[in-house]
Design a protein. Structure first.
Length: 104
C-alpha cells in the first residue's frame, strides 16, 4: 500500500485558523484500503493537532491541526510518519509523505 494523495485545506472560525490534511491510502492496484492506521505530525505554524487516525471505506482519513489565533500569513505542513495495517506493507518510496498549505 502507499499514499495516494495528501490534500490540504484551511478552516476558519472567527479569529482562529487551522489546516485539515486528508490522506488517502491505496493498494498496489490503486484501490482504497480501509482500516489503515496513519500516523502523522504537524510543523511550521503549529506543531499541535491530530497525530493518528484510521482510514474509512474510502481509504481516507482527515487530520486537523491545532487552532492558531490571528494568522496573517504562514504555512501549515502535515507529514505522514508511518502507515500500519496488519498483514500489509507500506511502501514509503512511492510518494513524498508531506504536504503544505499557506495562509496569506
Amino acid at each position: 500500500m502507499h499514499i495516494g494523495n495528501i490534500s490540504m485545506s484551511i478552516q476558519k472560525s472567527g479569529i482562529n485558523t487551522r489546516a485539515l490534511a486528508t490522506v488517502s491510502i491505496l493498494n498496489v492496484t490503486g484501490f482504497p484500503v480501509e482500516g489503515v492506521t496513519v500516523y502523522g505530525s504537524w510543523s511550521d505554524i503549529t506543531k499541535s493537532g491530530d497525530s493518528s487516525g484510521i482510514t474509512g471505506s474510502d481509504g481516507k482519513v482527515t487530520f486537523a491541526s491545532g487552532w492558531v489565533k490571528k494568522v496573517k500569513q504562514g504555512t501549515f505542513t502535515f507529514t505522514v510518519d508511518n502507515v500500519k495495517k496488519e498483514g500489509w506493507t507500506y511502501n514509503l518510496s512511492d510518494t513524498a509523505p508531506s504536504a503544505s498549505i499557506t495562509v496569506s
